[in-house]
Structures are given as structure tokens and as C-alpha cells.
Design a protein around this ligand. Structure first.
Ligand code: ADP
Ligand code: MG
Length: 626
């Protein structure tokens, strides 16, 4: 089997789908293919350098990692060559022929089938290697994994339409990608154009990117062709801040974080002391399109370097989970190069870096919150629910994190979270000592909750919490700046002496109605009381101080958990027409029984609950109106 016939294989169906989308959606920013391919070449060089620490033979005597770009006007090709890690045949099939990246899978799952929306999505998601097909009608890839024989190279070729060929070939270590440019893509055959693009998108790449030296005049034309480095070719984070422009940071972010949005903000620092390290941390603008982002298993985007050598993605070791949206790099001078994930977990220096990075991140958020409110709002709407986890997770920074939280409230417009706890405290009513909040499963249910009525009418602000995580967060947030938190739906509401007197009166007056309700509702309720919360609604359901919110109980049951159902406490508003009417009906009439059930069901509905028998509720309502 010496002359092997190239094998023709089909791309995975998903790859075809991605390819089609990419080529159709990127024509307005075609040039990003260059950034993508250079980024891959740089990753490949990083990987080789890392593997060569444990296995120096992999370098094959060629330690000068580099990326070379060549144009050939006659052949109409643009070639990118790296002497990085390279790929085996299986790796080529796996990395290029299938959708190996979980990100790609999730991207495909999120496709809507609506071409316009999907095109917008791909911009967020990025396209990597496949962007080559935006400008090329054929792509040839030649690769050889470091450490394998020269004859074990791989030759891969495709026109990007469903199939590719793959065969064994002689190859140098690393990967060469040859783009056979489409007829209309002449611009990428112009060396100056390519240089400009490298300057624009890839200057921050830490390895030299080289091109043939431009020749001027005839004398020089006779000379041997010479390569020159066209990028800055040093790790961006090692360069002085004063030398770096916003564009440099922005370009670097996209490469280092494999991200496609713009960074919202960054913080670049050098620490010297008992240990030295440099960190460059970014806040993204957009949450990853899959909100399964809360899945803690897949954390990427914070790269650990040791003395300029890329070691691994170590977000999990270097940042607490509630800051997992942070992207960037950390470069340590002191950790041993042969560090493993397990060692990282326990290393004292790593623990110090971790708390240092936590502090830097919180500092950055503080300064955004103080000076760039709009940016902070963008951040919070994308990642606020992740940050909230810190309340339970990071005891030592709890107060700082609480300060950074934003909520919707009865004194702000709409569902957007804009009110800070400091805002709330600054405008507390006279004599108010508590931070009031309500939890529900939607903004509407929270904002319209009957439990708020009395507080609202007294001008007391209530924070509206309606994200899933809020119930959990509020369980861990008992105090801020010396003020206690109270859920308006739980326990007794403390009244002033005057109000207490009035309520005792009302309770006495309403005694017959209360006992009637207790009788008619039986074990459907645990107790019936006159409410200090209501001014407009007929009734509401109230929980004990430590009881789980009703919408949470529903969620947990839906998730298959066994949550014992306890009959609720019903609080009534004796001033309400329905309640008064109940008092007027003959005790044993169907009307009275109907009214009692309607009052209870209304309380359930207002809380966001579902009725056991909605048809019966409607029948009773209609009978009442008719
Ligand atoms: P990503 O870079 O985000 O992983 P790409 O589509 O750009 O996605 O690349 C897919 C994979 O193909 C890479 O993860 C890598 O394993 C492999 N690959 C691409 N280009 C190279 C290269 N020049 N050298 C080695 N491997 C490469
Ligand atoms: Mg890539």
C-alpha cells in the first residue's frame, strides 16, 4: 500500500451546516479569516511549547516558533505556515471534519432556522477555521504532529461543499494552510493588504509573524528573498500599559478568550512581592449565547502562563465560580513549569493569585459602577445573576458583592435591575429600619403582588426579585450596612403602635368573618388573619419566616423533589367588597361557600400559583356576577 489513494469523506452534517452559514453570513467582514487562522497557528505554537517542557524531543531541534505568510499571485494562493504542534490524521478528522467543540454543538442547537437571526448569531459565536472558505474556493491543509515521522504527515483538501479528501503525505512539523482564493478575492494577494490586516488584528500575537521583505528597485530584486517579522511578536501583557492602545487590548481579547464580542472593560496589572505575576482580565459584553453558561462544568477563558509559556486554561483554579465570566491571562513568574491541575488546586501561590484576581475583578466592577453606569448596567444585565452567586459563595467579600448588586424595585421603572442597596438605604422612609423585598417567579407577579400594597401606600420601597437564583441569594443575605432584609410575604409585618391598635380593632370586628372562613375552607388553610399588608386586594397568602417561597416550592416539585405541601396562612382585607359580602351571606348558603373559595383562589392567583380546578373557579365567579 505505498501509493495510497486519497480517501474522500463527508463532513459531519453539522459541519456542512456551519460551513454554509459561515460563507453566507460573513461576506461583509471577510478579512477575519486571517485573524482566525493566525490565532489557530499561535495556539498551535503555544501547545508545542507547553508539551516540549515535558518532552524536549518534540522540538526536533527547531525551537523558534513562528508563523509565516506567503502570497503567490500566479497560483492565486495565500499560505499560512506554522511550526507548532501540528495534527495527526485522526486529529485533523476530529478537529476539522467534525463539530468537536462543544461550543459549536451548542451553537447549532440554538439555531432558529431563521436565516437573519442565525447570521447574527454566528457573529457572536465565531467560525474559526471554516472562515477560510469565505475567501477560498479550495483549502489545502498539510500538517504533521510534532514527534511523528516526516512521512506521517496529513494532506487534507476541501472545497467546502460537503466533502474533503485526506491522505498521508510528507510534511514539515506544524501546519500549513493554503487558501486557493476565489476569483473576486484579489485583495488578499497584495502583500501590503495582508500586512495591514496583520497589523490591525494580530499584532498582539506573541510569536513572530513573518512575510517576505518588500523589495524596492532592481538591485535588491536580485538578492536572496528574506523574511521579516511584521508584528510586535511579544506577549501583549508583558508590554507597558502606556504603550498599548485600546485596539491592542480589544484584538488580544478576541484571540485569548476565543471571543467575538468586544470587551466591556479590562484591568492590566503587575504584582511584585513575595511572588510576581501579571494579570490582564477582561469583562465580556455579552453572555455566551447559551445561557447554560451557568453550567459550572465548562469554564474557559482564563489562561495560565508561566514565564510566558502557555500552560492551560485555569479559570476554575484561578477564579471563584461566581466570577467565571472573566476572561484573560495570568502569567506567573514563580510557579513551576511542570505544574499540574492537581497541584494548582492546592498550591499556596495559586491561592494568593486567586484572591488577588478576585480583588482586581471586584475593583474593576466597583469602578465601572461608580464611573460608567451605562457599562455597568450592560455588565449587570448579562452577568448579574452569576455575580449574585458570590453572596453565598464568597463570605469574605459578601458586603462588596452586595454593594454591586442591582434590583428592580417599586420605585424604579420596569423590570431592569437599576437600584443598588445603597440607593435603597439612602431613600428609606423615616423610621424605616428594614430592607424590604419580595420574591416571585416573574417581574409582573412581583410588582403586582398584593403583599406590597400596604408598604407601597406608606411610601416604602420594596425590592422586586424574580430570578430563580434570588430565592437562594436572599436566603444568604440577611443584612447589608447594618440593615436587616425582610421578605414582605413572610412573617408578621411590624406596625407602629397606632396601626397595631387599628388592626386589633379590625381583627375584633372581623372575628365573625374569620371564623366563617376557617370553617368554610377547613384544612385548605392553616390560619386566617386580618392583614397588615393589604389595601386593595381581598386576600393574600403569607409564609412563616423560614418557609420556602411558594413559587420555589413549585419549581422544586416540578424538578421532581419531594416538598411537603403545607396549607398556607390566608390574610384578608376586611375592607374589601368580597370579604364584606361574605359577612352578609347566610352562613350555610352555597354563595358563602363559593365566596370563601373565590377569596382563597384569588390569593393563590395573585401569588402566581395555579388553581387545582380553574373551571370551578370560573363557574363560581360567574355565579357571583350573574
Ligand atoms: P478553535 O480555535 O476555537 O478551537 P477552530 O475552528 O479555529 O476553533 O479550530 C478547530 C481546531 O482545529 C482547533 O481547536 C485545533 O485543534 C485545530 N487546529 C486548527 N488550526 C490548527 C493549526 N494551525 N495547528 C494545529 N491545530 C489546528
Ligand atoms: Mg480558532
Amino acid at each position: 500500500m505505498s501509493a495510497v489513494v486519497p480517501e474522500t469523506r463527508r463532513f459531519e452534517a453539522e459541519v456542512e451546516q456551519v460551513l454554509k452559514l459561515v460563507t453566507h453570513s460573513l461576506y461583509s467582514h471577510k478579512e477575519i479569516f486571517l485573524r482566525e487562522l493566525i490565532s489557530n497557528a499561535s495556539d498551535a505554537c503555544d501547545k508545542l511549547r507547553f508539551e516540549a517542557i515535558a518532552n524536549p524531543a518534540l522540538s526536533e531541534g527547531d525551537n523558534e516558533l513562528r508563523i509565516e505568510i506567503e502570497v503567490d499571485k500566479e497560483a492565486r494562493t495565500l499560505t499560512l505556515r506554522d511550526n507548532g504542534i501540528g495534527m495527526t490524521r485522526d486529529e485533523v478528522i476530529e478537529n476539522i471534519g467534525t463539530v468537536a467543540r462543544s461550543g459549536t454543538r451548542r451553537f447549532l442547537e440554538s439555531l432558529s432556522g431563521d436565516a437573519r437571526k442565525d447570521t447574527a448569531l454566528i457573529g457572536q459565536f465565531g467560525v474559526g477555521f471554516y472562515s477560510a472558505f469565505v475567501v477560498a474556493d479550495k483549502v489545502t491543509l498539510l500538517s504533521r504532529r510534532a514527534g511523528t515521522e516526516a512521512s506521517e504527515g496529513v494532506h487534507w483538501e476541501s472545497t467546502g461543499t460537503g466533502e474533503y479528501t485526506i491522505e498521508t503525505a510528507e510534511a514539515a512539523r506544524g501546519t500549513t494552510v493554503i487558501l486557493h482564493l476565489k476569483p473576486e478575492e484579489d485583495e488578499f494577494l497584495e502583500p501590503w493588504r495582508v500586512r495591514t490586516l496583520v497589523g490591525k488584528y494580530s499584532d498582539h500575537i506573541a510569536f513572530p509573524i513573518r512575510m517576505l521583505k518588500q523589495r524596492h528597485g532592481e538591485q535588491e530584486a536580485a538578492a536572496e528573498p528574506e523574511m521579516e517579522t511584521i508584528n510586535h511578536a511579544s506577549a501583549l501583557w508583558t508590554r507597558p500599559k502606556s504603550e498599548l492602545k485600546d485596539e491592542d487590548y480589544q484584538g488580544f481579547y478576541k484571540h485569548a478568550a476565543h471571543a467575538y464580542d468586544e470587551p466591556l472593560a479590562w484591568t492590566h496589572n503587575r504584582v511584585e512581592g513575595n511572588q510576581s505575576y501579571t494579570s490582564l482580565l477582561f469583562l465580556p459584553t455579552q453572555a455566551p449565547f447559551d445561557m447554560a453558561f451557568s453550567g459550572r462544568d465548562e469554564r474557559k477563558g482564563l489562561k495560565l502562563y508561566i514565564r510566558r509559556v502557555f500552560i492551560m486554561d485555569a479559570s476554575e483554579q484561578l477564579l471563584p465560580s461566581y466570577l467565571r465570566f472573566v476572561r484573560g491571562v495570568v502569567d506567573s513568574d514563580d510557579l513551576p513549569l511542570n505544574v499540574s491541575r492537581e497541584i494548582l488546586q492546592e498550591n499556596r501561590l495559586v491561592q494568593q493569585i486567586r484572591s488577588g484576581l478576585t480583588k482586581r475583578t471586584l475593583d474593576l466592577l466597583d469602578s465601572l459602577a461608580a464611573d460608567q453606569k451605562e457599562k455597568y448596567a450592560t455588565f449587570f444585565s448579562a452577568f448579574g445573576s452569576v455575580l449574585k452567586e458570590g453572596i453565598a459563595e464568597d463570605f469574605s467579600n459578601k458586603e462588596r458583592i452586595a454593594k454591586l448588586l442591582r434590583f428592580a424595585s417599586t420605585k424604579s421603572e420596569g423590570a431592569a435591575a437599576t437600584v443598588s442597596l445603597d440607593d435603597y438605604i439612602a431613600r428609606m422612609a423615616e423610621g424605616q429600619e428594614t430592607i424590604w423585598y419580595v420574591t416571585a417567579d416573574s417581574y409582573a407577579a412581583a410588582a403586582n403582588s398584593p403583599q406590597l400594597e400596604a408598604l407601597k401606600s406608606r411610601g416604602i420601597e420594596v425590592l422586586l426579585m424574580f430570578e430563580r437564583i434570588d430565592e437562594w441569594v436572599s436566603g444568604h443575605l440577611s443584612e447589608y450596612a447594618g440593615k436587616k432584609f425582610r421578605n414582605v410575604a413572610k412573617g408578621d409585618i411590624k406596625l407602629s403602635d397606632d396601626e397595631q391598635k387599628q388592626r386589633d380593632e379590625a381583627e375584633k370586628e372581623a372575628a365573625p368573618i374569620i371564623s366563617r372562613l376557617k370553617e368554610l375552607l377547613g384544612d385548605k388553610v392553616r390560619d386566617v388573619k386580618v392583614s397588615a399588608r393589604l389595601t386593595e386586594s381581598a386576600a393574600c397568602l403569607v409564609l412563616d419566616e423560614y418557609e420556602m417561597a411558594l413559587h420555589m416550592q413549585r419549581l422544586m416539585r416540578a424538578a421532581g423533589q419531594d416538598v411537603p405541601a403545607q396549607a398556607p396562612v390566608l390574610e384578608i382585607n376586611p375592607q374589601h367588597a368580597l370579604v364584606k359580602r361574605l359577612g352578609d351571606e347566610a352562613a350555610d348558603s352555597t354563595r358563602a361557600a363559593d365566596l370563601a373559595l373565590i377569596i382563597l383562589d384569588q390569593a393563590r392567583l395573585a401569588e402566581g400559583g395555579q388553581l387545582d380546578d380553574p373551571a370551578a373557579f370560573l363557574r363560581r365567579m360567574n355565579a357571583l356576577v350573574g
